[in-house]
Design a protein around this ligand. Structure first.
Ligand code: ATP
Length: 602
């Protein structure tokens, strides 16, 4: 009962400690786990839906291109219709990255926002909203004249332009002008630039109310700017890693489709523009049709937060374990619906962070992928520790069971307590520290419905437990029936100890060390431990400590007496250890056969 009672306790302790260490490791790598169950789910992740700006890209924007006849007016409109401010001490703009790029752009052209905002004082505004994709501000100059600037997504602002600035003249918008604006927009977007349009409106009087309907109409096109937002250098390798790990990366953005396609192609998310769809196109598709079509798309552009919920639901209906990133308040429902809701540590709102399962301290896509790898490693290590503990405990139970059937007592309670404490717990914990196996991100995601005993773990526990039992019983019998007579006839005759005690000593040393050697087997459940790169220093430490303490118990007389064991001489010690080490070649052989069978099946 001691051996059986130790099983749940040992398992619970080891799993808790391994999980805690894993979660700490993840947080060191910028992935903060808010819900412990997320660690297991991370290992099963099949789809990662990620925002573009800031997660795949650096969110460090710089204006590199423009279109329009009056660049000074274009830059002034962009700068004054922004909430970013120019910090003279830092010599750069501070605020939201898109707006900082616009203020810095004007500054480079010699248009100082700090001066301009006193000449054209902002008297009212309609703030930016990602649904409308634009913002407007109204300014009064020194003479009392009023002017409105509107900036935003070109496709949206252009819909509200009835005029255009051509040269120095305001002319009526024509199909030709519209076509040339759209062509410039596309040319910039195709170079992966984020494009913004500026428009103006001369006002006779201040608007009666600052609402989009009252203000954002009858505008005059001024120009376009194209800004670069470089992709994060670590994202491309992370996407390649996703591919080899059987994970599908999906880009979701409020940005223009052409910009999104260009960046997604750069990153290897898609190979063809037909794999991209806009939010407006998505609105045309029913939920049922979208569920069948969802596999076609890897880029979603010009989306609203509600689209993210549809995307996550469609993938989940397909049975795919889906991670979804989000930052804004409106992203909360999609984050909540996802299997792994991922909040942004830097740009995220508290609402999204509070519903997220994991928070990225650096807002970086690559961190999600490394967290998936860590999730897989932790799950692997828990399986290794569980297999080790169960096989070890089974061998204890079986040894006692068969010994009892054969009519002898193989172990005393103190021996089992020692084995459970010293040779089970330490190595199991050390297995929890095992580094990821080389193929951890080269295999497909685990099936989330798969139990912990899947993949032959139950069989492995049974045969390994039986094997250790056989070796232990053999050691007992060799000690009791052969070595006792050979080396200890005098001690036995004098009554110092019995032949059974020598058998128990041999079995004790063999079982203890067999478990230690077996822990090394468990460094990989399928692979050979001889081809593994790197060493587990914790396991070596646990092994050395267990070896030292167990050797002391069978070699130091007063400890032998306390444990009711016979002192082992060198030959007996060698035989017991030799028997114990047999577990390594036998388990290696079984793993080799299993690998060959799997290869043949594949
Ligand atoms: P992502 O979803 O990847 O973060 P995004 O920043 O483009 O992409 P939103 O913030 O929803 O998504 O912005 C939608 C669009 O609104 C942008 O593509 C851009 O055209 C426009 N836009 C963004 N910021 C501003 C702003 N400060 N003022 C005016 N228009 C803006």
């Amino acid at each position: 009962s001691l051996a059986v009672a130790a099983i749940p306790e040992g398992l619970a302790t080891v799993v808790t400690i391994v999980l805690s260490i894993g979660v700490t490791n993840m947080s060191k790598r910028n992935a903060i786990i808010r819900k412990l169950t997320a660690v297991e789910t991370l290992g099963c992740t099949q789809i990662i839906c990620s925002d573009k700006t800031g997660t795949l890209t650096q969110n460090k924007m710089t204006v590199v291109d423009h279109y329009g006849d009056d660049e000074t007016l274009l830059a002034t409109a962009m700068s004054l219709c922004s909430d970013a401010e120019f910090d003279v001490n830092e010599n750069t703009a501070v605020g939201e990255p898109t707006e900082c790029a616009l203020v810095n752009y004007a500054q480079k052209l010699g248009l100082d926002k700090n001066v301009q905002k006193t000449q054209l004082v902002r008297i009212g505004e309609v703030p930016f909203d990602s649904g409308r994709k634009m913002m407007s501000t109204v300014h009064r100059d020194e003479n009392g004249s009023l002017i409105q600037f509107t900036k935003g997504a070109p496709d949206e602002v252009l819909k509200r332009c009835s005029k255009a600035l051509v040269g120095n003249t305001v002319v009526a918008m024509t199909d030709e002008i519209r076509a040339s604006i759209l062509a410039s927009n596309k040319a910039m977007a195709d170079q992966a630039l984020r494009v913004l349009m500026a428009a103006k409106k001369e006002l006779d009087a201040e608007p009666a109310e600052y609402t989009p309907e009252a203000v954002e109409n009858d505008l005059c096109f001024v120009g376009l700017v194209g800004m670069i937002d470089p992709v994060r250098p670590e994202v491309k390798p992370a996407i390649d890693e996703c591919r080899s790990a059987g994970i599908r990366p999906i880009m979701i953005t409020g940005d223009h489709k052409d910009t999104a396609v260009a960046i997604a192609m750069q990153l290897g998310i898609i190979t063809d523009a037909s794999q991209a769809i806009t939010g407006a196109e998505l609105d045309e598709i029913s939920d049922e049709d979208f569920e069948t079509a969802v596999e076609k798309y890897s880029v979603y552009a010009r989306v609203q937060p509600e689209h993210k919920t549809r995307i996550v639901n469609a993938w989940r209906k397909k049975g795919k374990v889906t991670a979804m990133t989000g930052d804004g308040v409106n992203d909360a429902p999609s984050i909540k619906n996802a299997d792994i809701g991922v909040g942004m540590g830097i740009t995220g709102t508290d609402v999204t962070k509070n519903v997220a399962d994991m928070i990225l301290a650096d807002d970086n896509f690559a961190t999600i992928v490394s967290a998936v790898g860590e999730g897989r490693r932790i799950y692997d290590n828990i399986r290794k520790a569980i297999q080790f503990l169960l096989a070890s405990n089974l061998s204890e139970v079986l040894s006692i069971f068969f010994a009892t059937l054969l009519g002898f007592t193989i172990f005393q309670p103190v021996h089992l307590l020692w084995i459970n404490l010293i040779t089970d717990c330490f190595p199991a914990l050390a297995l929890g520290m095992e580094k990821p196996e080389a193929d951890v991100m080269n295999r497909k995601p685990r099936d989330s419905k798969e139990g912990i005993f899947a993949g032959g773990l139950g069989f492995a526990v049974a045969y390994q437990g039986a094997l250790v039992t056989l070796i232990t019983l053999a050691s007992y019998l060799i000690g009791r029936y052969w070595l006792a007579d050979l080396h200890h006839a005098a001690a036995i005759a004098s009554g110092a100890y019995s032949a059974e005690m020598l058998g128990t000593s041999m079995a004790f040393l063999t079982l203890s060390m067999c478990e230690i050697f077996h822990a090394f087997n468990m460094r990989s459940l399928r692979g050979s431990i001889f081809t593994m790169k790197g060493q587990n220093k914790w396991l070596w430490g646990a092994g050395a400590l267990s070896l030292l303490l167990t050797t002391a118990v069978v070699e130091i007389d007063f400890l032998c007496n306390a444990f009711e064991l016979a002192h082992l001489d060198l030959m007996e010690y060698g035989i017991a250890m030799g028997l114990a080490i047999l577990i390594i070649p036998i388990v290696e052989l079984v793993k080799l056969i299993q690998r060959q069978v799997e290869k043949k099946k594949a």
